[in-house]
Design a protein around this ligand. Sequence first.
Ligand code: FES
Ligand code: FES
Length: 156
Amino acid sequence: MKIRFVLNGENVSVESSMTRRLLDVIRSDFDLTGTKEGCSEGECGACLVYLDKELVNACLIPMGNVVGREVLTIEGLSNSEEYKRVEKAFIDEGGVQCGYCTPGFVMSTNELIKNKKDLSEDEIKEGLSGNLCRCTGYQSIVEAVKKLSGEGSNNG
Ligand code: FES
Ligand code: FES
């Protein structure tokens, strides 16, 4: 059946069953391969996308839940100024190695810093607890988010 929804600001439609995963539709039907598949079980955060402005794991979302709703992937987010700040901080702090987990971390970071400034290390770790990385040892990613969350505050 035809399923209509909004993808990165554009009205789109796709032939799909209601049970197909949003992750597969994004990657296979729309070639938006920035959204990654890691665990396929909602544990690693590699497949994070916004669904109506709420972060969700696309590997757990059937297309039946997407009808008429708004999806924003890392490609859509990458047009924003916010994304460029996050990207720079991750690169500057060495928070990117193989890069497989990076889109998911960027989505979580975007969510974290848009909601609150001057995050403590514990708040950052809690905010990133749904994302797994096999390469960086995490501290460089935490440092990147710390830097971002302090920007625009008195701490500079
Ligand atoms: S692939 Fe979706 S959370 Fe890991
Ligand atoms: S940078 Fe390789 S999995 Fe995170």
